[in-house]
Design a protein around this ligand. Structure first.
Ligand SMILES: [Fe+2]
Length: 383
């Protein structure tokens, strides 16, 4: 059972735990994060740009098994620890295309995993704003039960720390300890969820910025005081109360942040449009009135949760690895209870500041265009 401060504070009128009262936790009121909000920066050029499009070096050793039509590939017969720089670049390209790539029975150590990920960003590894140890987390928490007590929709679909000004690009999670049953992770393709919208809705979303916030996940609320931040020329006032410090027993090392990112983004490597909204961190749309914003979020929640044709679910074992691209997939742990701890080591690198190139195209749109071009060329050859 999760240890939540809120359980000690019961609403006298309802008998339920208090979660949203700003004064219930003295640690929240007194906490001063150790680091400031991260400034925007230009990360090194994505290693996937350096890859051979056919990935010959990688597929010379790895056997490819695509798990669904549009998202998720299992690579067999390969140890990540043995890949050379060229193969790692090709792997990154495959991840940008397939969203997530899986491995089983890996011999990676934490040290080697960090070294491997430093290849992708010359040592600029992300550290989660509420991370206790550098890269490791694990617990036996039942997310169904926790979700009843935290304002943050824990275990919802999300892209890792998408509230950052430079949100993560690649994440790699390696499982060191895992129960026999439960704790699966699922991914959905945001290329796919974008494609599944009508053209009119796509155009509507392309004119919006989604508000990605860490407010509900971090914690900071100061009675009588406010934090403010200038994001994309808009002054954001932060006055909230959050509870993750109670849940994880740690305090965040950076202040909360709201960032306005394009609701549809262009992937810098594939050039494809992807939906950039996730229920875990997005709380609204900057250009809309609250009621309008709530209704759009409500629709997208249903849209993302019903995207079965753009979904893949992964059952973990000790030594399994998932390597994904937060710019084109969202993921979530499937909630449930399990007896033994689930403990993994995650490494993450920062990506570019999200952008929308109006000239870019959706994945389905590109496929149809290429089919048309092939048909035209084929007809021309026959004539
Ligand atoms: Fe995550």
């Amino acid at each position: 059972m999760a240890s939540l401060e809120s359980r000690k504070h019961i609403s006298p009128d309802s008998g339920f735990s208090v979660t949203l009262h700003p004064h219930f936790n003295a640690r929240i009121a007194s906490h001063v994060p150790s680091s400031p909000i991260r400034e925007a920066f230009d990360p090194p050029k994505d290693r996937a740009h350096f890859a051979d499009p056919e990935k010959k070096a990688l597929f010379a050793v790895a056997r490819r098994v695509d798990l669904t039509e549009g998202v998720g590939t299992l690579l067999e017969n390969v140890q990540l620890s043995q890949l050379n720089a060229q193969q790692l670049d090709e792997l990154a390209l495959l991840v940008t295309e397939r969203g997530v790539v899986f491995f089983r029975d890996q011999d990676l150590t934490t040290e080697k995993q960090v070294e491997l990920f430093e290849h992708y960003e010359e040592g600029i590894l992300d550290k989660h704003p509420a991370q206790k140890h550098k890269d490791i987390y694990g617990n036996t928490d039942d997310h169904r039960e926790i979700a009843n007590f935290t304002p943050w929709p824990i275990a919802e679909w999300h892209a890792d720390t998408s509230f950052e000004i430079n949100p993560p690009s690649y994440s790699l999670l390696r499982m060191e300890e895992h129960p026999e049953i439960g704790g699966d992770t699922a991914w959905i393709s945001q290329y796919g969820t974008y494609d599944a919208l009508s053209d009119a809705y796509k155009r509507f979303l392309e004119g919006l910025h989604a508000v990605h916030t860490s407010r509900l996940q971090c914690m900071l609320c100061l009675s009588g005081s406010q934090n403010s931040d200038l994001i994309h020329d808009k002054l954001i006032i932060i006055t909230i109360d959050d509870t993750i410090a109670d849940l994880w027993g740690i305090a965040p090392n950076r202040p909360p942040i709201d960032t306005h990112h394009p609701a549809v983004r262009t992937h810098p490597v594939t050039g494809l449009k992807a939906l950039n909204v996730n229920p875990g961190f997005v709380t609204g749309f900057a250009e809309l009135k609250k009621l309008e914003s709530d209704k759009v979020l409500d629709f997208l929640y249903t849209h993302i949760h019903s995207a079965d044709d753009h979904y893949v679910r992964w059952k973990w074992n000790v030594g399994s690895v998932a390597f994904w691209d937060n710019r084109c997939v969202a993921h979530r742990v499937i909630p449930g209870s399990y007896e033994t701890p689930r403990r993994g080591v995650r490494t993450t690198v920062y990506g570019e500041k999200p952008f929308l190139d109006p000239a870019s195209e959706g994945r389905l749109q590109r496929k149809l265009r290429k089919a048309r071009e092939a048909k035209t060329n084929g007809t021309a050859v026959k004539q």
